[in-house]
Write a protein that binds this ligand. Structure first.
Ligand SMILES: [Zn+2]
Length: 195
């Protein structure tokens, strides 16, 4: 009888030990489970009948260099209209170019920069009412697109009238978006100039 009891005791002890071992708390996993997440924009359902149609916005970033014409855009940010001029003394074209050209269209010589003195006053040569702008036009419609004659220029650059009504021959003054510039050609525009 006594022998049996001892055996039982031993068994109990072994069981206890096992239980103790089991009770040792496991190290908590601090690392969070990594899951694949949806980072896009939820589409809008336009219709479901007769088939599901979703609006799925798509955009691209067009990387564009201004290259040798960069000084023109740097000028706009400072409130300056900069033009290019042929540096070849033998070239017949002595007038300025806006939009600027890196090389003379007549003799292909590299051009030099000239800043027009402010205020730049021009005359409206032609105008168009833009009511339905094409994709990518970042001006509110309707607006007046104006072609402006600027003294000493070989070209008649196109821009827009910020406010007012244009007429042929009307004097206008160049102004600049120096605060929050767009870094595009939209950073200069014309306003009516009355003396
Ligand atoms: Zn030239």
């Amino acid at each position: 009888m006594a022998k049996k009891k001892v055996q039982t005791k031993k068994k109990v002890e072994t069981k206890k030990r096992i239980q103790i071992k089991k009770k040792v708390p496991k190290k908590k996993e601090t690392k969070k489970r990594e899951e694949v997440k949806f980072i896009g924009q939820v589409t809008r359902i336009r219709q479901t009948d007769p088939a599901t149609v979703i609006e799925w916005p798509r955009t691209i970033t067009h990387v564009h260099t201004y290259g040798m014409l960069s000084p023109f855009f740097e000028g706009l940010k400072k409130g300056e209209l900069r033009a290019t001029l042929c540096s070849n003394p033998k070239c017949a074209e002595k007038r300025l170019w806006i939009p600027p050209r890196a090389h003379c269209p007549d003799c292909h010589t590299e051009m030099v920069w000239k800043t027009l003195s402010n205020p730049v006053i021009g005359k409206i040569y032609a105008f168009t009412r833009v009511v339905y702008a094409g994709t990518g036009i970042e001006l509110s419609t309707p607006y007046w697109q104006v072609d402006v004659e600027i003294p000493d220029l070989a070209t008649i650059p196109k821009s827009y009238l910020l406010y007012g009504e244009p007429r042929i021959g009307m004097k206008v003054k160049a102004e600049f978006r120096t605060r929050k510039p767009t870094n595009t050609v939209l950073d200069y525009y014309w306003v009516p100039y009355e003396q």
